[in-house]
Design a protein. Sequence first.
Length: 86
Amino acid sequence: MAYVIAEPCIDTKDNSCVEVCPVDCIHPTPDEPDYDNVKQLYIDPEECIDCDACVEACPVDACFAEDQLPEEWQKYIQINAAYFKK
């Protein structure tokens, strides 16, 4: 299981989660080229270690464990995974 960033992050990209992630699995970071071209941040499901740090750090409550993701935001599991398959 991985963590997922959902709809509240859209057009917010606060970066608090990026700063606390111990394995740097949240992208894009502000210094990556596509940062300004995306509407939200994404968690790499292959790199995520399920530490829960992003959940605590997110000021807009956009980070969820997959099994706690609200029903209306289930599509974000695939959206996050798809970002890393580019």
